[in-house]
Ligand binder design. Structure first.
Ligand SMILES: Nc1ncnc2c1ncn2[C@@H]1O[C@H](COP(=O)(O)OP(=O)(O)OP(=O)(O)O)[C@@H](O)[C@H]1O
Length: 456
């Protein structure tokens, strides 16, 4: 049996602290595999524990198969949890560990065939008669999964089950988990901080920040149409280039995005998406370009929709199958704070005003917007010369390497194109891959469906 899970505006407050989870709404279909993704402390585990019944729900409603479930005890929910630190009974063999849930259900039943079948599925038949301390990390995690499977749950909740394992094993087990949950067809919610893991495992991915759900969608959708700058920056390697810019839209001339020392000219006739940028005239915006949106090429080689820029090579990172070139184009990066560890916060002003004015539409709207993004998602202010240092998330950096300017644009190229630091390079930007975010961090290009009058 597999079941649906619905969270309707669910919140969790621990004591008097700010909400660890804030009005979280999600509908998980029977048999679906949904990944909760976000940095440390954003509330993922809390959501999982509320579904399992290990944490009470402060506000909102949990439905299992459409039935209210807030009041159900953990034992009545038919849910199995797998944690990152494999909680096995040390004084039981692995066979006894896997068979334990069966023993609880039917003390006299013959558990052997079931345990053997589960162990075969997980490839751990050889270690069944050993104790957990005699296993490798990967084997122990498989036994923990085996124990979860023997309960024949209708829901799997997995809390970073692979994070303690080394990279190769993690990749292998990741594939096994995908296969296993598909075979079992059990509804699964999987928590991780690793975007690559989320993208490869989830039918859908729910991105969280500071207790607030930012976006939920298929991996393809959240990569291709991130709703805000936080999602854009959290998904994808290398991290998306985010540049401070100003919309330049004179009444009598062409429209462009001013990046500092140069402009991205938007070709005429303007696309609908670009026409909608006109209302941002003179405003600070954020331009997002993934590394594959820009290539090294002369203006004469431009394909339709590509516009030229130039830059100076700062550094090249050889990756084997490709090279990442860090190019200075004279622009300034927009910094997305809290990508690593946002914490829910309540502003002192909100605290002071609490209780005084809780009625007006404007107040409620402001609250909703604040909650939606949980603090400013990007910093645009000039803050003097930026320190040189590798931008976070752009791959390994060892201390012996030359410093990489924080403002450089990362461009993906062929590994055969070796560009020396200091070289001037012509670049072509594919405007089909251009993102623009407003100063609140909301995506305005490609235009949100509701602005275009499209039902999403
Ligand atoms: N029992 C608790 N009492 C008080 N605060 C808690 C408790 N459990 C979690 N929190 C707080 O709630 C917030 C969300 O924590 P949670 O563990 O859900 O985040 P997470 O996204 O799962 O983090 P991680 O990826 O590091 O496990 C954090 O600020 C955390 O400090």
């Amino acid at each position: 049996m597999t079941r649906s899970i619905t969270l309707q505006s669910v919140s969790k407050r621990y004591g008097r602290a700010a909400r660890a989870v804030d009005r979280f709404t999600l509908d998980v279909k029977p048999g679906e595999f949904v990944v909760l993704l976000g940095p440390s402390g954003c509330g993922k585990t809390t959501v999982l524990r509320m579904i399992a019944g290990l944490e009470t729900i402060t506000d909102g409603e949990l439905l299992l198969d459409g039935e209210p479930a807030n009041h159900l005890s953990p034992g009545d929910r038919s849910i199995a949890m797998v944690f990152q630190n494999f909680a096995l009974y040390p004084n039981m063999t692995n066979r006894e560990n896997i068979g334990f849930p069966l023993r609880v259900g039917d003390p006299r039943g013959d558990r052997r065939p079931h345990v053997d079948a589960t162990a075969r599925m997980l490839g751990i038949e050889d270690v069944l008669d050993r104790y957990p301390y005699q296993l490798s990390g990967g084997e122990r995690q498989r036994v923990a999964m085996g124990r979860a499977i023997s309960r024949q749950p209708s829901v799997f909740l997995m809390d970073e089950p692979l994070s303690n394992l080394e990279a190769k094993l993690r990749n292998r087990l990741r594939a096994e988990i995908a296969q296993l949950t598909k075979e079992l067809g059990v509804t699964t919610i999987y928590v991780t901080q690793d975007q690559a893991e989320a993208m490869s495992l989830g039918h859908r991915v729910a991105v969280m920040r500071g207790g607030v759900l930012q976006q939920v969608g298929t991996p393809r959708d959240i990569y291709a149409v991130p709703e805000n700058v936080f999602v854009a920056a959290f998904i994808g390697t290398p991290r998306i280039n985010l540049l401070q810019a100003v919309v330049h839209a004179p009444l009598d001339g062409g429209m462009s995005l001013d990046l500092g020392r140069q402009r991205l000219n938007l070709p005429e006739p303007l696309s609908v998406d670009h026409q909608l940028l006109r209302i941002q005239q003179g405003r600070q915006i954020i331009v997002g370009l993934r590394s594959e949106a820009t290539r090294v090429g002369l203006p004469s080689q431009a394909r339709p929709g590509e516009v030229p820029l130039t830059g100076t090579v700062e550094y090249t990172e050889y990756q084997g199958h490709e090279a990442l070139v860090y190019v200075n184009i004279g622009s300034r990066s927009a910094i997305v704070p809290n990508l690593e560890s946002p914490r829910p916060t309540i502003s002192p002003r909100r605290l002071r005003n609490r209780g005084k004015d809780n009625g007006t539409m404007l107040t409620r709207w402001k609250e909703r917007m604040n909650t939606y993004l949980s603090g400013p998602p990007a910093i645009l202010e000039e803050s003097g010369p930026q320190p040189y240092g590798p931008p976070a998330g752009y791959g390994p950096h060892d201390p012996g390497r030359p410093p990489v300017p924080a403002n450089s644009l990362v461009v993906r190229t062929s590994p055969n194109l070796w560009l020396q630091p200091g070289a001037r390079v012509p670049l072509l930007v594919d405007l089909a891959h251009l993102y623009v975010f407003d100063h609140h961090g909301r995506r305005i290009c490609p235009a949100p469906a509701e602005l275009l009058g499209i039902e999403s």
